[in-house]
Design a protein. Structure first.
Length: 168
């Protein structure tokens, strides 16, 4: 079954460790996921939570990327098993990505003055009316794939707001 990716827009503090975790689940009876709820196809009622079970992700892998824009050819951060910044517990269906301090500290090197009109940055104005860079925007998604069959699903995607660090 292929469903639309969930949109999750986290705020990530630059220069700290952040672990995002998600759980892959499916209903044990025919059901449809609508407006954040599983609806039993037979009754039309919300499905009893005990009938929603973790997906077995045995043999699957997780990968993800963060880019300034979707069109950027090279990710700002890549998440792979080889890089050690992904998490997967196949039997519980829990997966995720880890933002490490060095990776996020390397982002956001542009100055506010050069990006005043860009939607990729959020600003605050100081008492003197000067624009100050506060946070930058990045796109990301997480994929679960089967290296044997080549099947790929994208359960999560969204926009990351990276808040600038002061202590370095």
């Amino acid at each position: 079954m292929n469903i639309q990716p969930a949109v999750y827009n986290p705020v990530i503090p630059q220069g700290v460790t952040v672990r995002l975790r998600f759980r892959s689940v499916s209903p044990s009876v025919p059901a449809t996921y609508t407006n954040g709820k599983w609806i039993d196809d037979a009754t039309g009622l919300e499905l009893d939570p005990s009938l929603v079970v973790a997906n077995d992700l045995t043999g699957k892998e997780v990968r993800a990327a963060v880019r300034r824009r979707h069109s950027e050819p090279t990710p700002a951060i890549s998440f792979t098993e080889a890089s050690g910044n992904v998490f997967l517990d196949p039997l519980t269906g829990i997966y995720g990505i880890d933002f490490k301090p060095a990776a996020t500290s390397a982002l956001n090197s542009a100055t506010a003055a050069s990006h005043q009109k860009s939607p990729e940055f959020d600003y605050v104005v100081d008492e003197a009316g000067a624009v100050v860079l506060r946070a930058s925007k990045w796109v990301y998604d997480i994929e679960i794939f089967d290296p044997v069959t080549g099947e790929v699903s994208r359960p999560i995607n969204g926009l990351i707001t990276l808040t600038a660090e002061v202590t370095r």
